[in-house]
Design a protein around this ligand. Sequence first.
Ligand code: MG
Ligand code: MG
Length: 250
Amino acid sequence: MIYRKSRYELNLMKAAGEIVAMAHEAVRDAVKEGITTLELDDIVYKVITQNKAIPTFKGYCGFPASICASVNSQVVHGIPSKDVVLHNGDVISVDIGATYHGFVGDSAWTYPVGDVSDEVKHLLKATEEALFAGIAKMQVNNYLEDVSAAIEDVAIANKLGIVRQYGGHGVGTEMHEDPFLFNYRTGDKGPILKAGTVVAIEPMLNLGCDEVYQLDDGWTVVTADDKPSAHFEHTVAVTNDGPLILTKRD
Ligand code: MG
Ligand code: MG
């Protein structure tokens, strides 16, 4: 069941999304050689709670932190730790959720640490491009699969692996609502997009193969070939005026 949001609800979701965007700005400023992922988690917790919002991830299915911090070959759901120190040349994907007045904003970004290789720069640029290609398809009367296809096309054109076990999702009062969004074509067109449909679009692309697996900690997902992965995500509403990105600041 897809719950479409009213204009009033979209405004609340935008407020939640702007807090997530502020938290990402703080992370972008803080990411550097020598910082730990636990310190990044603390920075985000403060931004979210100082803005009277709730860190959505903390306690979600038992997740212990406010951010997912996934370094290099970690794809998603990395647990922040005082033992994970960022080094020059790393990439770190930071996923942040904030709940404000009952509505959730969900956004992820992958940040380079210092000087990264040209192939990693290519990975980051192309994955961000895939996100925005998907966002552009969030139009009334498009099919959800149009979003998936746009993401897949960018991944293929850039010769990147596509993570297939995870994807985007509806967002509202729950972080994960219907519909599920594949990052590739499945042959099922999926639902027709209507005004008020809100979806977190989140391509996860790999420098190497598609395959990923979960570590024994029950959370961290890593690439099977140990090559770097990137993750870019915005929460986006379909409106009669086109796509509305909720997780950015005006
Ligand atoms: Mg997310
Ligand atoms: Mg998400």
